[in-house]
Design a protein around this ligand. Structure first.
Ligand code: DSN
Length: 483
């Protein structure tokens, strides 16, 4: 959040915008103002959230929203897109430079959308293109009905190997309730039960046996590093395309904390991300790929995406420009340092962490074995106490994906506010105080409940007060005064 305009400029910009909105629907203006007030008071530890800069936020609220721009830069299905071309090209250029990618596609609206673009790019490259070549045609419209039926069936019969949800993978990596699990014949790789770490040799054996078309690496709740060089080696060995979903750790890649074997971009043929998590941009998605998949990726809209959101692409360009500054590298390092400080503070006070610590921006507390709680009970007790986290499954979770046995805590947002190691230790103390004082509740019939918890008000009020005092020392959007 450095190098922003003087405070008065930001206040004027946001206050004027709210005045205009208030003139039409005051309740919306009030809700926007209240959201800032709420966020200022929250001790936000949700690993997938952050605070975008005022410049990024302002780039989203304008007339770019009024423009249709299907197609790609310089090749649109609508007239009048020269300014959209400018911002989309800038977003892609910043992304290519920042991540060292051959190609960047800035149109996806979210991480799920980015993954869908990637899946269909791989299917187009690996399944459709060979079918067209075999039939001697250039376009699916030129296939005979029989060849088209065969190709459609082939699309739905491809194999994917992705990380299981309870090991920290994402639901779009082939989880059956998600479209990815319905499109692909998926098998999951998990983690070693003894260490909680990815076992690359077990994964290699599974890949050799299953022979997937796609191997998906990446996670939303795995607190350790992934070796993408080894993942690519395994993919090459079995003829799979390596796709990495770096949504959670894109900021650590951009900030050069994850380099070499741990940077997915030089290793994977295709990499997807969101732009709003550790990368600290607007809510949205993006795909990076090597030139071999460029044309397929660029067909994302209208293949699986609705019209691009030019206002969000403008904000992506701003946020990516910010991430190219040297201070972003300092930020990314502090995110990891803070996660480690939090881990140490928690473990020193007796909490059990999945894998016994962290190498990235997140920690996963096993609240079932540490405190006899479900994730849902722990999440609710912490929220009562002003600490915002989210529950998450842990490997071989006895409480399933709804109640869970884990709490996921991440440091990107609080690091943006400027909190450091001393504050992380204080937060660890607050979390342990709450979880130690919380007990399982009862259902209306007197049975032990997985949802209800009991926490005395004195503890929750005291922790909430300490949490609020803690964040008050690190003002959020200090240049924005709406009063
Ligand atoms: N919802 C995101 C997360 O919290 O990890 C991933 O989709």
């Amino acid at each position: 959040m450095s190098a922003t305009p003087p405070r008065s400029t930001e206040s004027t910009a946001f206050r004027s915008a709210l005045d205009v909105i208030r003139g039409v629907e005051p309740r919306v203006a009030d809700a926007i103002g209240q959201e800032l007030a709420d966020q200022r008071e929250m001790l936000k530890l949700i690993a997938s959230e952050n605070y975008a800069s005022p410049a990024t936020l302002l780039a989203m609220g304008n007339w770019f929203s009024d423009k249709y721009a299907e197609g790609t830069v310089g090749r649109r299905f609508y007239a009048g897109c020269r300014n959209v071309d400018t911002v989309e090209a800038l977003a892609a250029e910043h992304a290519r430079e920042l991540f060292g990618a051959q190609h960047a596609y800035a149109q996806p609206h979210s991480g799920i959308d980015a993954n869908l673009v990637a899946f269909w790019a791989i299917l187009a490259d690996r399944v459709e293109a060979p079918a067209l070549a075999a039939a001697g045609v250039r376009n699916v419209n030129d296939l005979s009905d029989a060849d088209w039926a065969e190709l459609r069936s082939a699309f739905g019969n491809q194999r994917m190997l992705g990380m299981s949800l309870d090991a920290g993978g994402h639901l779009t990596h082939g989880f059956r309730p998600n479209i990815s699990g319905k499109m692909f014949d998926q098998r999951s790789y998990g983690t070693d039960p003894a260490t909680g770490l990815i076992d690359y040799e077990a994964l290699r054996a599974q890949a050799r046996e299953f022979k997937p078309l796609v191997i998906v690496a990446g996670y939303s709740a795995y607190p350790r590093l992934v070796n993408f060089r080894i993942m690519r080696e395994i993919a090459d060995e079995v003829g799979a395309t390596l796709m990495v979903d770096m949504a959670h750790f894109a900021g650590l890649v951009a900030g050069k904390v994850l380099t070499g074997d741990f940077d997915p971009v030089p290793h994977a043929q295709i990499v997807t991300t969101t732009t709003h998590k550790s990368l600290r941009g607007p809510r949205g998605g993006m795909v990076l790929c090597d030139d071999s998949l460029k044309d397929q990726v660029d067909r994302g809209c209208p293949m699986v995406l609705g019209g691009p959101l030019p206002h969000v692409m403008a904000a992506k360009a701003v946020a990516l420009a910010e991430a190219r500054r040297p201070d972003f590298q300092d930020y990314a390092q502090r995110v990891v340092d803070n996660a480690r400080a939090l881990a140490e503070g928690l473990m020193r006070r007796g909490a059990t962490l999945v894998t016994g610590g962290t190498d990235n921006h997140l920690n996963l507390i096993d609240v079932a074995s540490s405190y006899g709680l479900t994730g849902r009970q722990a999440e609710a007790a912490l929220l009562d106490s002003g600490v915002v986290t989210n529950r998450n499954a842990i490997p071989a979770d006895p409480n399933g994906a709804w109640y869970t046995s884990g709490i996921r805590i991440g440091t990107p947002a609080l690091t943006t506010r400027g909190l450091g190691g001393a504050e992380m230790d204080e937060i660890a103390a607050l979390i342990v105080t709450v979880l130690s004082a919380t007990e399982q509740g009862k259902t209306s019939k007197g049975a032990v409940s997985k949802a209800q918890h009991v926490l005395d008000e004195k503890t929750s009020d005291e922790v909430a007060r300490r949490a609020s005092d803690l964040v008050a020392g690190f003002p959020l959007y200090p240049g924005v005064d709406l009063s």
